[in-house]
Design a binder for this molecule. Structure first.
Ligand code: SF4
Ligand code: SF4
Length: 217
């Protein structure tokens, strides 16, 4: 049996998801080599894969990652035809240390020195205050608690989550209108809408004249 000791350029790691950003990646943003349109914010409390424990759990601190493409988490910079990275020379540090055959280095980096939105958005940007207020007014619901009860959430729970979803969407849409934000910018500044996170857990979302309606069938 032969042991793998080099990258076979199969692309599996890039197709599994874009990398999280670390402090060492900040120069990419400062030099304009990576723009916020390519980043997605994973907010505190969102469910995400923890590579250290190989489990899905709420994240303790927010982090940023390269967004996915075409409705999947496959890294936006992965070129499927060429089976390679479109940003190879300027790829984030966690891609540089990733060796699927020897995960020691990448696991050593996982979860450490993660970059957040406030590391990027300048002090004088009006979006800073908006992001901070959004976190205060619209924190994510307890995803662990939802996961535990998701097979039988009470009507009261569904109603509460519906209220949270509407508060979240109202706040972000106000900023979208005021600052003419693109969808990509919205996903960076405010993360994914709460209703979208809940729909992944099996909630049905519909739009009504009064706002979002949440159901669990
Ligand atoms: S590091 Fe491993 S999974 Fe990633 S492209 Fe190379 S061989 Fe494939
Ligand atoms: S930035 Fe490049 S190397 Fe890193 S996951 Fe994306 S495509 Fe792969």
């Amino acid at each position: 049996m032969t042991h793998q000791n080099e990258c076979k350029r199969c692309g599996t790691c890039c197709e599994n998801g874009g990398p999280a950003l670390h402090g060492q990646d900040l120069p990419l943003i400062e030099k304009g080599l990576l723009s916020i349109e390519y980043l997605i914010t994973i907010r505190k409390g969102e469910l995400a894969h923890d590579p250290v424990t190989d489990t899905i759990k709420p994240v303790k601190n927010e982090f940023l990652k390269i967004k996915g493409t075409k409705g999947s988490w496959a890294c936006a910079f992965y070129d499927k035809n060429k089976k390679g990275c479109a940003r190879y020379d300027n790829r984030p540090i966690s891609c540089g240390v990733l060796k699927c055959w020897d995960t020691k280095e990448s696991l050593g980096l996982a979860g450490k020195d993660l970059v957040s939105r406030l590391d990027i958005v300048k002090e004088n940007s009006p979006m800073r205050e908006r992001m901070i207020t959004h976190e205060l007014l619209c924190p994510l619901p307890d995803m662990n608690a939802i996961l535990r009860t998701v097979s039988r959430p009470s009507r009261k729970t569904v109603k509460k989550l519906e209220l949270i979803s509407n508060k979240d969407i109202t706040y972000r849409m106000k900023a979208v209108d005021e600052f003419n934000l693109s969808v990509e910018q919205e996903l960076f500044y405010f993360g994914r809408p709460v209703f979208e996170l809940l729909s992944v857990l099996g909630f049905t979302v519909s739009e009504t004249p009064k706002g979002i309606k949440l159901e669990f069938k």
